[in-house]
Design a protein around this ligand. Structure first.
Ligand code: WT7
Length: 635
């Protein structure tokens, strides 16, 4: 079966086929990929344990799909275009041949540093081509990568390294983003104080900021590659993997506890990302695909690295941020590289919208043919601005709903195929079976309804487990409703059967498209020495979508309010990372609790939203006076 559908009628036919014959459907899709050995069985599953296996018995290495199979036909075509943070610095282009060479060399480097199939490797790097090379080299040698986004603290990195027992870390001296420089190696050094499993650190030169290099543990990327070059080694035969072998771990926040290591496997993830990339973006050979995400998030894994490369696409990678040196940066990049597909986030769109039309004026955006949005619900105003000012009303916008756990796009328009509607992720992709359920887990049928979004049949890109704790995977995703995967999102299905995601229904915040657990932020705040307890909720934020609002009980503070706020913010920064910093901190004498001691977050959410009139039922409150005080002091 062709990966791309070409009309809405064809989409409907393929969708119906995928419902009636899911295994045949996915087998036909999987035929489009390169396998060393094909599967004996397409699918084995139950959502009770859960146990999900796709393409059982198949053998492959995902990098042969992403690189080797293109060498004859696309060898000299650009695989990766890299635009540096500083527009004055030269950009870089890696052809498929060059990418192959670099990935093979670095695979040797990994092997020379003791890496074996199944080892876990932590990658903490800036958005430079070597990050993609490191990811692919891990996959080539059969090691499991765990990429940690550059905005996380040493403590967060340490937690992730310990959880996965990583044996090696790949990092760089420092990284640039806008006018900031992150001392990445130094952050790693702090993290490694707590990590006994790490035997080696490979350090790439990027900012050439001074770093400490420990004999026997730390080696330079460039030195290691030079050794391989001196030995004349160019190829590295990819290690054969089982379809269900782990490909990577990516940590993500939930409503309770520490972040979970979401596990994706080689075969299913490859098929799912390659398929959804080709179909949703209707990628045509030669087009330039620019996804503005960081490879530290799932969007970067799936739609900068694996999806595009498996389709022989040209992926543009940008080191910097959309507003530096000015708010015209993305448009300059589109113009410079004649970008065809621009895949970005509502938060970026809203922030750029705030600068008005000036930064867009005079920019040649005529190369654009398709636009995409991901990470959070896109508000209509942002949708229209994107459509008018960037797409000039001639580019379809694909509003793609999915999650780290899903591996790839789930509910989304197919570009130029599905009629779009602002604010709607529209319809499920072939092979995806969404259902809306009520609180009792009963499926809500028909249209013009809303409920909690679940998926009732497996798809190849879904998570298999949470690393080291399968029970947590079961309780988080498969225990709320029987025989269904629960997304944590609320959703509306309109009269046309179109899906609109309304946001999280659990205690998870979505700040600038990043998932943040309220419990995680509370734990970090509570670590501050003056804090007795705290409660964190989200509130509507013009640019970030949601902001972090913290109610903090701090009866004997060391400094004044403002100083203590800064200290608390610093504490959160140290424990989680700058991305989780509270936007507002309100000091309160107590939190609204029920007689059984549960914090009534519903009330705090209302107050944070500025909706103090409709607090709902407060009769179960232990101390109603505290609510009056909090209302009066709301920020
Ligand atoms: C959560 C997943 C994988 C995408 C990047 C974020 C929200 C994501 C949309 C969208 C409305 C969206 C959901 C989801 N979300 N895309 N198009 N419309 N909401 O990945 O960190 O795993 O977060 O992001 O709430 O559950 P993530």
């Amino acid at each position: 079966m062709n990966l791309q559908v070409k009309s809405f009628e064809e989409y409907q036919d393929v969708y119906n086929y995928s419902l009636s014959e899911p295994e045949k459907f996915w087998a036909e899709i999987a035929e489009n990929f390169l396998w060393r050995k094909k599967w004996d069985q397409v699918l084995e599953w139950n959502f009770k344990e859960p146990q999900i296996k796709w393409f059982l018995g198949a053998k492959l290495n995902i990098t042969e799909n992403c690189i080797d199979r293109h060498l004859d036909t696309l060898g000299d075509k650009p695989a990766i275009i890299w635009e540096p943070n500083d527009p004055e610095e030269d950009h870089r282009i890696l052809s498929y041949k060059q990418l192959h060479q670099k990935v093979c060399q670095f695979s040797h480097v990994l092997q020379n540093n003791g890496v074996k199939k199944g080892d876990r490797i932590c990658i903490y790097m800036p958005m430079v081509p070597e990050l993609a090379i490191a990811v692919l080299a891990c996959a080539r040698v059969g090691a499991i990568h765990s990429v940690v986004f550059g905005g996380f603290s040493a403590q967060s990195i340490a937690d992730r390294i310990v959880d996965a027992e990583c044996s090696l870390v790949i990092t760089s001296d420092g990284g640039f983003r806008g006018n900031k420089e992150t001392p990445m190696k130094s952050v790693i050094d702090d993290a490694l104080v707590q990590c006994r499993s790490v035997k080696k650190v490979i350090v790439l030169t990027r900012s050439r900021t001074p770093v400490s290099m420990l004999k026997g543990r730390d080696v330079w990327w460039e030195d290691e590659v030079r050794k391989v070059e001196t030995n004349g080694l160019t190829d590295f035969p990819a290690v054969e993997m089982d379809a269900e072998d782990m490909l990577f771990i990516l940590y993500t926040s939930g409503s309770t506890g520490k972040p979970k290591g979401v596990v994706h496997t080689c075969g299913g993830y490859m098929v799912y990302t390659g398929y959804t990339f080709a179909n949703v973006f209707q990628y045509q050979t030669g087009e330039v695909h620019f996804c503005t995400a960081d490879i530290g998030w799932i969007t970067g894994h799936s739609y900068i690295v694996y999806g595009p490369l498996s389709q022989g696409a040209t992926a543009l990678m940008f080191e910097g941020i959309p507003t530096w040196p000015d708010a015209g940066r993305l448009w300059n990049i589109v113009q410079k590289f004649k970008v065809n597909i621009l895949y970005t986030a509502p938060t970026a769109i809203r922030s750029l919208m705030g600068y008005g039309d000036g930064p867009v004026a005079g920019k040649d955006l005529s190369s654009l043919t398709k636009l995409g949005s991901v990470g959070e619900p896109i508000n209509e105003e942002a949708w229209h601005w994107f459509d008018d000012k960037i797409g000039h009303n001639k580019c379809p916008i694909v509003d793609t709903w999915w999650q780290t756990e899903n591996g790839g796009l789930m509910i989304s328009p197919i570009a130029n195929v599905t009629p779009t509607k602002p604010g709607y992720a529209t319809l499920p992709l072939p092979g995806v079976q969404p259902v809306l359920v009520d609180e009792n887990g009963k499926e809500i049928e028909g249209n013009g309804v809303s409920g909690n979004l679940c998926i009732k049949f497996p798809w190849p890109g879904m998570l298999r487990t949470t690393y080291g704790d399968h029970e947590r995977c079961r309780t988080t995703y498969f225990a709320t409703y029987q025989n269904m995967y629960f997304t944590g999102d609320g959703c509306l299905r309109d009269e046309d059967g179109y899906y609109r995601i309304t946001g999280r229904v659990d205690d998870v915040l979505n700040v600038s498209g990043h998932r943040i657990g309220t419990a995680e932020v509370e734990n970090a705040i509570n670590m501050h020495s003056d804090v007795v307890e705290s409660a964190v909720v989200g509130y509507p934020h013009d640019i970030k979508g949601q902001g972090v609002y913290a109610f903090v009980v701090c009866p004997n503070m060391h400094g004044n309010d403002n100083l203590t706020r800064k200290d608390i913010t610093m504490t959160v920064s140290r424990i989680i990372g700058p991305i989780a910093k509270p936007d507002k901190i309100q000091f309160v004498s107590g939190l609204p609790k029920t007689r059984s001691g549960k914090i009534m977050r519903r009330i705090l959410r209302k107050i944070a939203e500025g909706d103090t009139e409709n607090l709902g039922d407060t009769s179960t409150l232990l101390d109603p006076a505290v609510v009056e005080e909090i209302k009066a002091g709301a920020l």
